[in-house]
Design a protein around this ligand. Structure first.
Ligand code: PEP
Ligand code: MN
Length: 361
């Protein structure tokens, strides 16, 4: 996939921020008092951006669907009182328009809007010629292309202050998490679009406060540019996502416990060991490729041999035995079963392809 986006740096957003971009605030704005009390408490933790949903995408009707446009005025009051810039979720051009008129600082696209190309195109068109930062949550389903497509549509419309939010992916399976993190997807997004800042939203991944620390720390370890965390002045009274919101005190304790990482260090001993450890990794990778090539060569020899004796390429019993023994050997060496099964499935597929090619040649 060839992706070329023209993206401004986070430091060009006009929002003062240090090493890590911290966005916090309630799932929903519920009243001016709730919003103000939450924001005042958050001010002590020097967050960069206050989040609050006012149009809430709820799974079923007749749940709390947000306070609507009146919330924009509350956000402006809170911004005046605290000095913290504010962000709102938008799902259509009308909402975009209202936010622009009321001077909202940053917009975000929710996980149910990102996967809809019609909505994304409408929103992008409504932002043509407007210089406002837009944060794009991953689509609710694990489809990287839709995430990229939503970012591309905005970028083609001239939105250059873009950021991606990793909020996990829904699954039909009951899982520890409300939304599975599937870390490889945001990492792949970063590989495709190296300039895109990515913020992790552990609140929506976890669905429960107790799980948030580990996911947030993992995001920092993977060098995400920041975190978006739901904080409510009184989570037990929250009208949406009550189980995943922190009260400001617990949020402060979370920030204190988290270890914020750097992408590199100038210290000589760090530089020296990282270089030699990386050289070793390069060497291991070369050996892996060399051995894979030898393994494929061997598979091709086997196929010639099988052909001579009219034997089928695929032999389920042999494959079953191979997989079992490799899993056992890997487990002894502390490698997970899932990984080794996936790896050998890929190797086996390629091996069969190579054997078929010999037949064709
Ligand atoms: C939210 O941020 O409150 C929200 C609705 O999130 P998502 O779009 O990730 O479900
Ligand atoms: Mn929420």
């Amino acid at each position: 996939m060839d992706v070329r986006l023209n993206i401004d740096k986070l430091s060009d957003w006009g929002i003062p921020f240090g090493n890590t971009f911290i966005i916090a605030g309630p799932c929903s704005a519920e009243s001016e008092e709730q919003l103000l009390a939450t924001a005042m408490a958050l001010k002590t933790y020097h967050i960069q951006l206050l989040r609050a949903g006012i149009w809430k995408p709820r799974t079923r009707p007749n749940s709390f669907e947000g306070v609507g446009s009146v919330g924009l005025d509350w956000l402006n009051t809170v911004k005046e009182e605290t000095g913290i810039p504010v962000a709102v979720e938008v799902a259509n051009p009308k909402q975009v328009d209202e936010c622009l008129k009321k001077g909202i600082d940053v917009l975000w696209i929710g996980a149910r809007t990102t996967p809809n190309p019609f909505s994304m195109q409408d929103i992008a068109t409504s932002l043509q010629g407007v210089d406002i930062p837009v944060m794009v949550k991953n689509p609710i389903n694990a489809d990287l292309q839709l995430w990229v497509g939503a970012l591309e549509r905005l970028n083609l419309a001239g939105v250059k202050k873009l950021l991606a939010i990793h909020r996990g992916f829904s699954s039909y399976k009951q899982d520890l998490y409300r939304n599975q993190p599937l870390w490889r997807l945001p990492l792949e997004l970063k590989r495709l679009i190296p300039d895109i800042p990515i913020v992790c939203d552990p609140s929506h991944i976890c669905g429960k406060r107790e799980l948030i620390f580990d996911v947030a720390q993992k995001a920092l370890d993977l060098l995400f540019e920041g975190l978006m965390i739901e904080v409510h002045i009184d989570p037990s009274a929250a009208l949406s996502d009550a189980n995943q919101q922190f009260d400001p005190g617990d949020f402060g304790r979370l920030l204190k416990r988290l270890v914020f990482k750097n992408s590199t260090s100038d210290k000589i001993d760090y530089q020296k060991s990282i270089r030699s450890l990386r050289e070793e990794i390069d060497d291991f990778d070369r050996k892996i490729i060399e051995y894979l090539a030898l393994r494929m060569e061997n598979a091709r020899k086997i196929s010639v041999h099988k052909m001579k004796h009219d034997i089928s390429i695929f032999q389920p019993d042999r494959w079953d035995e191979v997989l079992r023994s490799r899993v056992n050997e890997a487990l002894d060496k502390g490698i997970t079963e899932d990984f080794i099964v996936q790896l050998f499935q890929l190797i086996h597929e390629e091996s069969i392809r190579q054997q078929e090619n010999v037949l064709v040649d």
